[in-house]
Each structure stands twice: as C-alpha cells, then as structure tokens.
Write a protein that binds this ligand. Structure first.
Ligand SMILES: NC(=O)c1ccc[n+]([C@@H]2O[C@H](COP(=O)([O-])OP(=O)(O)OC[C@H]3O[C@@H](n4cnc5c(N)ncnc54)[C@H](OP(=O)(O)O)[C@@H]3O)[C@@H](O)[C@H]2O)c1
Length: 431
C-alpha cells in the first residue's frame, strides 16, 4: 500500500484519559486516513512532563504552554483535551481560532459558558470548531442534533447525561448503601473524581444539556440560566420508597422549548421502572429527542471513557479532512436565537413527597387538607410502619400541578405541628 502524501498534523493539548485515548486510537488505527490523509500528532502539551503515562510521548515535541502549541506552525489542527471553562483551555482555544486554525475539543464546560463567543470568533476567522466528544462521549448526540435533525423543529431533549451520577444511583439501589459510602467507593475505583462537585452537583450534566438545547433549538448555549440540582441530597430511603411505588430515581437533564422561551434544567427525578431511561443503568447515558415531525428518538450509549470519547474526537478529525462543514451550533453564530428562560411559575410537575410525622390521630387528614389547600390531588399514598421513635414515614405522590402549587403545599405541610422534619420533594419525570 502506498502511503498518502497528505498529512494532517495535530497539536494535542491534554494527555489525560481522553488525550491518551486518542493517541492509542491513532496507534491502533494506522488505516484511519479520512479523505486519504494520514493523521499524525506532532506536538503535545500537558501539565507534568515527568508523569508516567500509558502511551509514549517521547517522539512528540513537548510544549509546557498549550497556548504556544495552539499557535505553533508545527500543527494544522489544535485538539484541546484539558478541560475547564476558564484558564489554559480557553486561552489556547481562543488563540488557535484567532489564527484561523481548526479546533477540536471535548470541553463541554468551555462551550456551555463561552460557546457563543467562540462560535463568533471561529466564524470570523473561518476556523472550524468541533465538539462531538463533549456530550455523551462516543454516542453521536451532537451530530444528530446539529445535522440529522436540522430539518425538524425539536421541542425537547431529555435524558441521563452524567455517567458518574448514574453509576452512583444504580449502585445505591443495587447495594443498598448510602450516597456517601457509594461515592467513596466510586472514587476509590476511579469512577468519580477526587473532587466530585462538577458531577454530583449536576453541573456537568448542566453543561451538556445547555449545549444540546442550543443545538436542538437553534439557539446560543446559555449555561447561566440553567437550573441545576445534583444528587447529593438523594437518600437511600428515597430510592427504596420510589422503587416500592414503581419508580427509579435518575438525574434527568432536560431542555424544553416553547416558542422563543427555553428552559434548561437538571434535577433528580422519579422515572417509571418500565421507562427506557429507568433501564439505562451503570455509567450509561441515554437521551430522548422530541421533534414536531420525527416524533421521538431514543439514543443510548457510553457517555465517557477513553475509547468511546477518542472515537468521537476521531469523527471530528474525519469531518475536518473530508471538508464536511456546518456552523458551530445549528446556525451561523449571528443568527443564533436568544431564547429567553421560560417562566417557572407556569411549569407543571407531579411530585413525590416524603414526610416524617408523629403517630397521632388526624395526621393524615391534616396532610391531605394542606395539599388540598394548595390545589394538589394525591395520586398514591404509602404509609410505613411506626418507627421505634414513635414516628411514621409517609410518602405520597401527586397528580401533575403547577410547581408553585407544589411549593405552596410543601410550606403548608412543613408548618403542621405533627410534621417532624421538612418534607423531601422529588419531581416525577414527565417523559
Ligand atoms: N474522561 C472522559 O471520559 C471524558 C468524556 C467526555 C469529555 N471529556 C472531556 O475531555 C476533556 C479532558 O478530560 P480527561 O478526562 O481526559 O481529563 P484528565 O484525565 O484530567 O486530563 C487532563 C489533561 O490536561 C492536562 N492539563 C491540565 N492543566 C494543564 C495545563 N495548564 N497545561 C497543559 N496541560 C494541562 C493534564 O496534564 P497532566 O497529565 O500532566 O496532569 C492532563 O493531561 C475535559 O474537557 C472533559 O470534560 C472527558
């Protein structure tokens, strides 16, 4: 076989999980030559040159500063696999785009926060900015929304976008262990970061759904308006009780459009056990897309990991080489809609409400009265046996109602003398 004369030279910033995954991919796939061009990494930047890695970097030119790598003539494309919305990742990406150099990144935090400005910059210099690996790892959600569904009007994207949270919730249910114990185990086994805030706080899923919402609705990503609630308050008791009621608790990220209004939200939610999202266990990601013409699409696959994520980066390399070119988001940056955040007061939800009450006559009547005052109807009711303390856990689910009414009901219930601690409310997913 004669070797292609065309060569694409990559400057790789970040040689961690994904960066090494990409280097391994290129070593394993010498036949990966989209449009007949050979792909070679020429320079690399990481924080610590002495760090032991699974791949040999000794043949590559080392750059202490990723910005220098981004600006170097020794590469034709800059691949940013450092991470973070600020700092060296942002500066280096901006530097490459300013020079008109194509950028591939897996950095959802950077794009969710600065995506619009970066798209404006990329389009002003004619540089490509590609990010298939930023959402759902190896599962091609970005391409599907940006390209495959551009002919439809997508009204909602909703799903499970953080593998660490999904893993923790699945493990809590399977092992009957508390959140803290399962998190510590996940950290020890490398499934969760030493500082897990970005994942368990719901921020990572928030970055991803902000991007998917932008791609789906033809808007600019706007992480600042996202409402984020993580899984750190989910108790094993809630997982057990939800199960008894026929639900599983998942961290659900969703973006919904109504006209020029959009809401982007992440929160734990009860999902019926028979629903495909309830079946996506472990570190899987899963996504529903709803469009006016297509109806519903369900996508499920690996959302992280060196192999799948590197494959997504390789798909972007292939697009660069074949010349397949789309705007950074769904439309040219100047035409991206500014979707205003929807008014939350008009949003409806069904709710799971858990109470701890004194074992006294008239308690149930007082609780149902408080719900009725706020206009809420009960859908199901579960009373557990009296504890040694003389207290009784009660769980009820409501019919869908305005969120403001659910909040009002919680306040009424919390104010009752017989209610011992503030009620715990978890939304029931309407998907
Ligand atoms: N891990 C996944 O499965 C996955 C999936 C989808 C998307 N992503 C995204 O991909 C990106 C990389 O993730 P990762 O998991 O590969 O992260 P990681 O394992 O923590 O690797 C980060 C890399 O960046 C380097 N780095 C940090 N600060 C630097 C600096 N100031 N200058 C130069 N290099 C610096 C680190 O250098 P040292 O090695 O010397 O410390 C390391 O090689 C992130 O945006 C992440 O959100 C990851």
């Amino acid at each position: 076989m004669t070797k292609s004369e065309k060569v694409l030279r990559i400057g790789l910033a970040g040689a961690g999980v994904v960066g090494q995954g990409l280097l391994k991919f290129l070593a394993q796939r010498p036949d990966f030559a989209p449009a007949g061009a050979t792909v070679v990494v020429t320079g690399v930047s990481a924080r610590n040159r002495e760090r032991q890695r699974e791949v040999d970097l000794s043949d590559l030119v080392w750059f202490d500063d990723p910005v220098e790598l981004a600006m170097s003539d020794s590469n034709d494309v800059f691949i940013e696999l450092i991470g973070g919305s600020e700092g060296p990742a942002r500066t280096a990406v901006e530097a490459a785009l300013s020079l008109g150099k194509p950028v591939i990144t897996a950095n959802k935090a950077l794009l969710a926060v600065h995506g619009h400005d970066l798209a404006v910059l990329a389009e002003s210099t004619g540089a490509a900015l590609l990010f298939e690996a930023a959402v759902m790892g190896g599962t091609p959600a970005v391409k599907m929304l940006r390209e495959g569904l551009v002919g439809d009007d997508v009204s909602r994207v909703a799903g499970i976008l953080n593998g660490t949270c999904n893993f923790i919730l699945s493990e809590m249910e399977a092992s009957e262990l508390s959140f803290d114990v399962v998190l510590a185990d996940a950290q020890a086994r490398g499934f969760a970061e030493a500082d897990p805030t970005t994942d368990i706080g719901g921020f990572d899923a928030g970055h991803k759904i902000a991007l998917l919402g932008a791609l789906a609705f033809g808007g600019a990503p706007d992480f600042s308006t996202a409402e984020i609630e993580g899984i750190d308050q989910v108790e094993l008791l809630d997982i057990r009780l939800a199960r008894q009621l026929g639900f599983r608790i998942k961290l659900i990220a969703q973006a919904t459009r109504e006209g020029r209004l959009a809401s982007v939200r992440v929160n734990p939610a009860l999902v019926p056990l028979s629903h495909p999202l309830a079946q996506a266990g472990g570190s899987l990601n899963a996504l529903f897309i709803e469009g006016d013409r297509i109806g519903r699409i369900f996508l499920q696959g690996p959302g992280a990991g060196a192999g799948p994520t590197a494959a997504a980066v390789a798909a972007d390399i292939a697009d660069l080489l074949t010349g397949a070119r789309r705007p950074v988001f769904q439309k040219p940056a100047r035409l991206l809609a500014r979707l205003s955040p929807a008014d939350h007061a008009h949003r409806k939800t069904a709710a799971y409400i858990r109470l701890l009450v004194a074992d006294k006559p008239g308690v149930i009547a007082a609780v149902t009265d408080a719900l009725a005052k706020a206009g809420l109807s009960i859908d199901s009711f579960l009373q557990r046996s009296v504890q040694d303390t003389g207290l009784v856990p009660i769980v009820l689910t409501t019919q869908p109602a305005l969120e403001s009414s659910v909040d009002e009901a919680i306040e009424h219930i919390a104010a009752l003398d017989v209610v011992i601690e503030r009620p715990r409310m978890i939304r029931i997913a309407q998907i």
